[in-house]
Design a protein around this ligand. Structure first.
Ligand code: AKB
Length: 332
């Protein structure tokens, strides 16, 4: 039975991953952590306050709970990273180095979420290959390229079992994302149900790789459970599900909510989105450890609207973000 630590567990990915991990390994074997004081810890669930830039606190938690696996989700996302580049570097790079050092010392298995943000203006936009130009134009992207190289280094040099995925934009209903460029693809659902109108911060034709959260969770668990010999890439795997433009997402939502309208007011996030690929080639992940996605755009929209009608729409970004407070003006 594994003893698991999830850093940045209050963020969008962590909120769903913790539920899945607890279902698989038992509530008391999954330790949540984040910078805030405990919000969620109740019953047999365990929460530790952890700033990943502080190595001693991380080591103490690993030792105290006899952790053998870390899902290292704490990080500053792309849009927030442009507002706070120093903090983005500190959290994303020093946090990861501390986790990799702890992995070396305590023989931990590690999951590191990389991103489509490793790519940049000179990367092929269509069918982006696994190995290609990586010239990110954001601090977030720079930290993800560096992070991938650190993972590869620790795997080759010290035998650390670190596994990583280049995640696309993730769509989910349990928690709102905070500080990313793909956040519009989640905000739009809440706005569609609540206000019936949304002002989108990227242009209608902006097409980005996206994935529904259940697929993302299956991908993360899939790569972590794969036989080590199947993992031939120790930087990070390209991972894909669907690609759609903002206008295509609006049109699909309108098939369920015909009165919904969307306006467009591109801001600084447009340039970030424009620097990323539109469609990713993830053949290597499919061949090496059997990755397959399940949700297309129609299935995502149907499930999201159903789920939000049950769980309730959010006014703004309430949850604890991966590492810090969200960018302001998430909803207009
Ligand atoms: C972001 O928009 O910053 C993230 C990502 C694609 O890594 N969702």
């Amino acid at each position: 039975m594994h003893k698991i630590l999830v850093t940045g567990s209050g963020g969008q990915l962590g909120s769903d991953l913790v539920v899945a991990l607890r279902r698989l390994y038992g509530v008391s074997n999954v330790i949540e952590s984040g910078r805030r004081v405990p919000l969620k810890g109740s019953g047999s669930s365990i929460y530790e306050t952890l700033d990943v830039t502080q190595r001693p606190s991380l080591d103490a938690i690993v030792e105290r709970h006899q952790i053998d696996t870390v899902y290292h989700l704490a990080g500053v996302l792309s849009a927030k990273g442009e507002q706070q580049p120093d903090r983005c570097w500190d959290v994303n790079i020093n946090g990861l180095r501390h986790v990799l050092e702890a992995a070396k010392t305590f023989k931990l298995q590690v999951f590191f979420p990389s991103s489509i943000a490793v790519f940049g203006p000179h990367t092929p936009k269509l069918d982006t290959p696994q190995i290609t130009i990586e010239d990110p134009s954001t601090m977030y992207g720079i930290t993800k390229v560096t992070g991938e190289l650190l993972c590869h280094y620790y795997a080759q040099r010290f035998g650390v079992d670190v596994r990583s995925l280049r995640l696309p934009g993730i769509i989910s209903y349990r928690a709102l994302p905070g500080g990313g460029t793909t956040d519009f693809a989640v905000e739009i659902f809440h706005a569609a149900l609540k206000a019936k109108t949304y002002t989108c911060f990227v242009r209608p034709e902006t097409r980005l790789p996206m994935m529904y959260m259940p697929d993302a969770i299956r991908a993360i668990l899939g790569i972590m459970q794969a036989d080590p010999s199947a993992i031939t890439i120790r930087t990070s795997y390209n991972l894909a599900a669907v690609s759609f433009s903002a206008a295509e997402l609006v049109a699909e939502i309108q098939t369920h909510l015909p009165q919904f309208t969307c306006h467009y007011a591109p801001d600084f996030r447009q340039a970030i989105a424009d620097s990323w690929p539109s469609v990713i080639d993830d053949a290597k992940a499919r061949a090496d450890w059997g990755w397959q996605h399940q949700y297309d755009l129609a299935a995502i929209v149907e499930d999201m609207l159903e789920a939000l009608k049950t769980t309730g729409v959010r006014e703004a970004c309430h949850h604890e973000e991966n590492s810090d407070s969200p960018v302001s003006g998430m909803f207009r």
